[in-house]
Design a protein around this ligand. Structure first.
Ligand code: SF4
Length: 370
């Protein structure tokens, strides 16, 4: 039996999420075992893991097809020396200036009509490209009741806030009765219309999405789940079941993909990912240019690459499958959608378009009813 088969060997507990959490892969010995740490690199890896720790679920690891960085799952979860050795100019631990926009502990208020609560710093599996890597060196924490009260007070007194986003870490790792308590407190605020939950559980531990969780969430609708699939290799019968549970309980779903060098910066990969998501009733919402976060620069493609890929998807797959390609601008300047742009110019009543097949099209009547 080779190492990959041996490590992916499923046992009778495979369908139990608690077993996966209890048996998370997180030691340096494991990294040595899979052969990425040579004797000469051991000290560097110790330094790396001190700054950015490593943990993943046996389930998510079992999706690897190769034990090297050319595998899209492996590359997303296995630490690489580049995290401490490769830096592009301008990257920093908090490029979106979330600390600057924190109005009370763990509450970020950047846009007028919505706020984001960082509910915990715990995740089942730590993505190497995470834009909140700065939390990883802290001991695991969960938003306290006192902090929650401050947050509720803030939202109640800001009548423009119509949407509250629970983020993290992963909110689905808060004890379920406490998560329900948080949801019930938010739901009682009359001005809040929608609750969004950002979670990677459907990707890295789909067995945690149970009918009991679905039933609980249903009580606090309208809820949108924003999840984070990056590659079609992440779509399995377990993820399909999780998506089914959520949709059957009336939970709307959207997906934020990060464009990652060596993981999904390829047209067919993205097309396959986005069409699979559509089939699972998960709307591809954003394709993010990878943020300039320290420790993740080796994942960054050029912005042109993102525009080229998103433009090429037009016509290839249905519009419902195509997310918006955005750059989340540094220093909290906000999201900037980039392309595709099929309108070349407007000259009076004439608009010149380029079609999805690359042909020029002259459109008359550009000024509409004048
Ligand atoms: S699940 Fe989200 S918060 Fe957690 S490590 Fe991955 S990207 Fe970061």
């Amino acid at each position: 039996m080779n190492k990959l088969t041996e490590l992916s060997n499923k046992n009778s507990n495979w369908s139990k999420w608690k077993w996966h959490i209890k048996n998370r892969l997180k030691s340096i010995e494991f990294l040595e075992y899979i052969g990425i740490i040579s004797q000469s690199l051991k000290e560097k890896f110790k330094l790396l893991l001190k700054r950015y720790h490593f943990a993943t679920t046996p389930y998510y690891f079992s999706l690897c097809k190769r034990l090297d960085y050319t595998d899209p799952i492996f590359r997303q979860i296995i630490p690489s020396i580049e995290e401490i050795e490769f830096n592009l100019p301008g990257s920093n631990p908090d490029p979106l200036a979330e600390e600057k926009y924190s109005v009370t502990p763990h509450l970020i208020h950047r846009y007028p009509d919505r706020v984001l609560i960082v509910t915990t710093n715990f995740c089942a599996s730590y993505c190497r490209h995470c834009n909140r890597k700065r939390f990883w060196s802290e001991k695991p924490w969960v938003l306290s009741k006192r902090e929650l009260e401050q947050i509720i007070f803030y939202i109640k007194t800001n009548k423009h806030i119509r949407e509250v986003i629970l983020s993290g870490g992963d909110p689905f790792f808060i004890n379920q009765s406490y998560l329900e308590y948080i949801l019930s407190r938010i739901r009682r605020i009359k001005t809040v219309e929608v609750i969004r939950i950002g979670t990677r559980v459907p990707v890295v531990l789909p067995m945690k999405i149970t009918p009991i969780l679905g039933k609980m969430l249903k009580r606090y609708r309208p809820i949108w789940i924003n999840t984070h699939f990056n590659h079609p290799q992440e779509i399995t019968k377990e993820t399909e079941k999780a998506a089914d549970i959520l949709s059957l309980h009336g939970i709307a779903m959207a997906n934020q993909t990060v464009l990652l060098k060596g993981v999904n910066d390829d047209l067919n990969t993205l097309a396959q990912l986005f069409t699979s998501l559509e089939r699972m009733l998960i709307k591809p919402y954003y394709l993010f240019h990878c943020d300039s976060v320290s420790g993740t620069d080796h994942f960054r493609t050029s912005i042109e690459k993102g525009i080229e890929l998103i433009s090429a998807l037009e016509g290839k797959i249905g519009g419902l499958c195509i997310p918006k390609f955005v750059v989340d601008l540094p220093n909290g300047a906000g999201k900037a959608p980039c392309g595709p742009n099929f309108l070349e110019k407007i000259d009076g009543d004439i608009a010149i378009f380029k079609t999805w097949e690359g042909k020029k099209f002259v459109y008359k009547g550009a000024q509409g009813a004048t």
